[in-house]
Design a protein around this ligand. Structure first.
Ligand code: SF4
Length: 138
């Protein structure tokens, strides 16, 4: 089954479960959210933080890449990066930081490339850096 069809199937099944099992209300625990078809830990974290205001640090491939480039993690997996970010930053900042990193990444630190020297953040943090940072794979 291709990805599009898989997503459609998951969305259909997820809607049925929310309607039947959760009385048409989006569940507000990680455990229940992650039991839904197509909902992994990252999506559950986004829902918990952005809808319910529960501290979470959703790590997608973009946040993973930026965290590596900025020296916030040396982890090769999003799971390790999430753990490292949660250790580094106080809980009350997690929800906002997640969005700030995404927006900063869109503006300056894209997947396509890293000059290594021109962006404000790295200029400040790594003034002697001369070339792009090579990221480990997600
Ligand atoms: S120099 Fe720019 S693109 Fe490279 S890691 Fe720093 S912020 Fe990201």
């Amino acid at each position: 089954m291709d990805l599009q069809k898989q997503k459609q199937k998951n969305t259909y099944n997820l809607s049925k479960i929310i309607y039947k099992k959760f009385n048409n209300i989006i569940p507000n625990t990680f455990e229940k959210l992650e039991s839904l078809p197509g909902v992994g830990h990252k999506t559950a974290s986004v829902i918990m933080s952005q809808i319910f205001g529960v501290p979470a640090f959703p790590v997608d491939t973009h946040i993973h890449r930026l965290s590596q480039r900025w020296g916030l993690t040396s982890g090769k997996s999003v799971i390790q990066t999430e753990k490292d970010l949660k250790k580094l930053f106080p809980k009350h900042l997690w929800n906002k930081l997640h969005l700030q990193i995404i927006f900063y990444g869109r503006e300056y630190c894209s997947a396509r490339g890293c000059d290594g020297t021109i962006c404000k953040l790295c200029n400040e943090l790594y003034p002697s850096r001369k070339k792009a940072v090579i990221c480990l794979k997600a």
